[in-house]
Design a protein around this ligand. Structure first.
Ligand code: PRP
Ligand code: URA
Length: 207
């Protein structure tokens, strides 16, 4: 599929399987989701623009690189929080914004309830973080908000995607790069991903 990278690294797939397993409780779920997020970040940031810089080692001048743009991490509440801390440890200078969305149970519409984002988003590399891409409604709503605020370079770090969600998201944002660990079979009649891993927010926070 266009602009979708499935990260097949054995450690990512090993951890994804532990997350899918219904016997994995909240404590382990949190830890493993964090581990997988950190592993996925390497692939998701591979195309970040860099610029050449010179530094001096204790012995001699050396040429190197630095990131061209600042980074802002945007987890979608709640489940995106489970991937935030480990990513922040790898990009400690990143800023963090939040988007609060909740799927209404019957209509599956994403209801917006919170945002807190830095100004001048157009200057940043934005990493949108949401482990679940089901109908795609939440990711489209998050992208709409980021686009309204001027974001130009956004990538989505996701754990499990349904084909329906990818199609909807790419019908609105065809160039958005999506990094995921799995494209699953389909949605069930309640809008859950099959086989998926259940409700990510509930499993993460033990609700
Ligand atoms: C989950 C998940 C995504 C959304 C995906 O959040 O974290 O944000 O569902 O579904 P969609 O693609 O059909 O919109 P939920 O709305 O359940 O909120 P929560 O994270 O607070 O549990
Ligand atoms: N949200 C989840 O947490 N899981 C799904 O399968 C679908 C939406």
């Amino acid at each position: 599929m266009r602009s979708v990278t499935v990260i097949t690294h054995p450690l990512v797939q090993h951890n994804l399987t532990r997350l899918r397993d219904k016997r994995t409780g909240p404590q382990e779920f949190r830890r493993v989701l964090g581990e997988v997020a950190a592993l996925m970040l390497y692939e998701a940031t591979r195309s970040f623009a860099v610029e050449r810089v010179s530094v001096k080692t204790p012995l001699a001048p050396a040429r190197g690189f630095q990131l061209r743009r600042e980074v802002v991490l945007v987890p979608v509440l709640r489940a995106g929080l489970g991937m935030l801390d480990p990513i922040l440890q790898l990009i400690p200078h990143a800023r963090v914004g939040f988007i609060g969305l909740k799927r209404e149970e019957k209509t599956l519409q994403a209801m917006y309830y919170h945002q807190s984002l830095p100004p001048a988003l157009g200057e940043f590399e934005v990493i949108l973080i949401d482990p679940m891409l089901a109908t795609g409604g939440s990711s489209v709503a998050a992208m709409d908000l980021l686009a309204q605020l001027g974001a130009k370079r956004v990538r989505l770090v996701n754990l499990v995607a349904a084909p329906e969600g990818i199609r909807l998201l790419h019908s609105h944002y065809p160039k958005l790069p999506i990094f995921t660990a799995a494209i699953d079979q389909r949605l069930n009649e309640c809008g859950y991903i099959l086989p998926g891993l259940g409700d990510a927010g509930d499993r993460l926070f033990g609700v």
